[in-house]
Design a protein around this ligand. Structure first.
Ligand code: SF4
Length: 195
């Protein structure tokens, strides 16, 4: 079930990450996706019944304390654009209240994004979009591209392709409870090297 109006259904928040965009970034994985890319790395983010429902203001209050340590926000999923109305409200507040850059991962193609009801309104608040379904047969894992069919769109001058190509392809984080999180565009890379 979709989150009620004025709220967002979120899978996970990572306060500080190095492998989800240039520099240190705060990352939000949205909960819920119907696009069904074969071989998706995050199937646990697909059900709209999972995750946690946040009000827009509650989510802002949870992440704003990280703004003095991270240079930007990365939105991933799940499919952020399947919660477009709440996302527009959230991003307009982020732009108004922080100096953060915004990177959006979406499974929709660039052309599909233009046709979504909230597509352009979301893009108005985003610096970089990485668009297109994940295709396991065209796996790439470079420059934040999970597969070769995906396209990158720089909507402001804040970043370049060289910035994306410097991003580490994986990282491992251990939280205060001892839980291990592995993320990045090629999360299995770290496991291949170390396990
Ligand atoms: S759009 Fe993303 S979350 Fe959805 S199925 Fe594709 S890779 Fe998985």
């Amino acid at each position: 079930m979709n989150a009620p109006v004025g709220t967002l259904r979120i899978h996970h928040i990572e306060p500080i990450s190095r492998a989800n965009g240039p520099g240190l970034r705060t990352v939000i994985w949205f909960q819920g996706c119907t696009l069904g890319c074969p071989g998706c790395f995050n199937p646990q983010t697909h059900p709209f019944e999972g995750g946690e429902v946040w009000t827009v203001e509650g989510l802002l209050q949870a992440i704003l304390p990280f703004a003095d340590r991270s240079e930007g926000l990365t939105l991933s999923g799940g499919e952020p654009l399947q919660q477009g109305e709440g996302l527009v409200d959230f991003l307009s507040q982020v732009r108004r209240r922080t100096p953060w850059s915004v990177i959006l991962f979406t499974g929709y193609t660039w052309e599909e994004v233009q046709t979504l009801p909230w597509g352009q309104a979301v893009l108005d608040h985003v610096d970089v979009v990485i668009a297109g379904r994940y295709q396991a047969k065209r796996r790439l894992a470079r420059g934040l591209l999970g597969s070769a069919n995906k396209t990158v769109h720089f909507l402001t001058s804040r970043y370049s392709m060289a910035d994306l190509e410097r991003v580490p392809d994986s990282e491992v984080m251990i939280d205060s409870s001892g839980m291990v999180h592995i993320s990045g565009i090629d999360p299995l890379h770290w496991m291949r090297l170390h396990l």
